[in-house]
Design a protein around this ligand. Structure first.
Ligand code: SF4
Length: 313
């Protein structure tokens, strides 16, 4: 089919979300202020992106994965930056005890969930956090909710999870980046039980929800979807899961090098005149990575069509 048209549709917004941009700006500001005199650390990588991490490394910013990595009596007071995911208050205390200065780059939307968790704890509620139990944001929120709390793990089978509420009122919050559907599923599972009181707080991040809605619309209208982002990014994973619900061919990549011509060859041999490819990116994917992917996608598709002509003409 010689006149095949290709449409590459990029879901907006692209580039870093507000919380990630803010956290990177805070780290750069602190690195500049410290001028190499005070060590600057981030507790965990500030973003799941190697290029940004290398840039921060060049500004003498180091990543620590645990508080125990901080020296007991440092010569100059180290600066420890809490990333956008936030962390449990007990960790903040431990860092302070090591004589460090804390700079909190927790995203304000995550902070809001932490505040709800603390409020529920202070008012005698049993707190349920709907999310991925292994995600750092969830571990941080649970830290604010105290002992009378549990994670409602979206990766487990809901039916098998029992709430140990002991006749307490129950408060529910969500990890900011899970999908609306995941939150709704969990809430309807709760509602099947009787509680003295059940308070549900919609703590989903609107910026993340906008990307998810765009992803859903794109997936409904394309032949193939490319989801760009780090494998360890929770919101990128959510986007891929949403896309899979309405599009049969969904591929998750970190950068242009991972595009595979094989994915497009069969599609290009199909009789349809217009081939629609959707591209969507997670909140920690830089704008230029999305640009590079779409550029490369253009060449890969041209080659695939040329291959299709050889076979079919
Ligand atoms: S996805 Fe939303 S909650 Fe997460 S860092 Fe970005 S703005 Fe904040």
């Amino acid at each position: 089919m010689r006149n095949k048209q290709i449409k590459i549709m990029v879901g907006k917004p692209t580039g870093f979300c507000f919380g990630v941009k803010r956290a990177i700006a805070i780290v750069k500001r602190e690195a500049k202020k410290a001028q190499g005199k005070n060590p600057v650390y981030t507790l965990g990588p500030i973003i799941h992106n190697n290029q940004v991490l290398k840039e921060l490394q060049s500004l003498n910013v180091k990543i620590i994965s645990a508080v125990s990595e901080l020296k007991q009596k440092p010569l100059a007071a180290p600066i420890v930056i809490i990333r956008s995911h936030g962390c449990a208050p007990v960790l903040v205390e431990k860092i302070k005890q090591k004589g460090c200065q804390i700079i909190d780059a927790t995203c304000p939307y995550v902070k809001r969930v932490q505040n709800y968790a603390a409020m529920l704890k202070n008012n005698g509620y049993y707190t349920v956090v709907v999310g991925d139990k292994n995600h750092p944001e969830v571990k941080g929120i649970i830290g604010y909710a105290g002992r009378q709390a549990q994670v409602y793990d979206i990766n487990s089978k809901f039916k098998n999870q029992k709430l140990k509420v002991n006749h307490r009122p129950v408060g529910v919050v969500a990890q900011t980046t899970i999908s609306r559907q995941e939150f709704q599923n969990a809430v309807s599972a709760f509602s099947a039980h009787d509680y003295r009181e059940l308070r549900i707080f919609n703590t989903l991040c609107q910026e993340s929800q906008n990307r998810q809605n765009t992803c859903q619309n794109l997936a409904n209208n394309v032949n193939l979807m490319i989801v760009v982002g780090s494998r360890s990014s929770a919101n990128t994973t959510s986007l891929a899961e949403i896309a899979k619900k309405s599009c049969r061919r969904v591929y998750k990549i970190e950068n242009k090098k991972e595009l595979n011509q094989k994915w497009f060859s069969n599609l290009c041999r199909k009789r349809e005149k217009v081939l629609r490819i959707g591209v969507i990116a997670g909140a920690s994917t830089p704008q230029h990575t999305v640009f590079e992917v779409t550029q490369e996608l253009g060449s890969v598709l041209k080659n695939s069509i040329a291959g299709g002509h050889n076979n079919n003409d």
